[in-house]
Design a protein around this ligand. Structure first.
Ligand code: DQA
Length: 141
């Protein structure tokens, strides 16, 4: 299966950004672990701080035949109807993930504009959130 992890704004600084909330592991380190854990699957990675580029990548993934997407939309999760529409507009299953448990944090993080368009939601397990989402995608094969 060809899978794609997409990270949105400020997630390019994982490992250095607020480590008390998001941990000290970089995405590159996490990807190494994920690729080793799922050796029979191809795991691609894309990160952008730009909302429109995230939409472009979602659309491109659908055209490329990606089988499933793990999407951490960062703060756009809480604001972006455009990302909601983009997810609804593709047939590829998308799992929404967050490292932190957004429901234990500020109230503005309690609402997600994208959850209703996603296949499922995983949050609060740090970098393991990505592994659990991939587990869900590959076990649905
Ligand atoms: C996040 C949670 C969001 O509220 C925040 O804006 C992020 C990261 C997470 O992974 O916990 O950038 O998506």
């Amino acid at each position: 299966m060809k899978l794609l992890i997409i990270n949105g704004p400020n997630l390019g600084r994982l490992g250095r950004r607020e480590p008390s909330i998001y941990g000290a592991t970089t995405m590159e380190e996490a990807l190494e672990g994920l690729r080793a854990a799922f050796p029979t699957h191809t795991i691609e990675y894309y990160q952008s701080n730009v909302e429109g580029f995230l939409i472009d990548r979602l659309e491109q993934a659908a055209d490329e035949g990606v089988a499933g997407i793990v999407f951490n939309a960062g703060a756009y999760t809480h604001t972006s109807i455009a990302l909601h529409d983009a997810i609804r507009g593709i047939a590829v299953p998308v799992i929404e993930v967050h490292l932190s448990n957004v429901h234990q944090r500020e109230t503005f993080r309690h609402q997600s504009m994208i959850s209703a368009a996603c296949r499922g939601v995983i949050c609060g397990f740090g970098m393991q959130s990505y592994r659990l989402a991939i587990e869900a995608l590959v076990s649905a094969e």
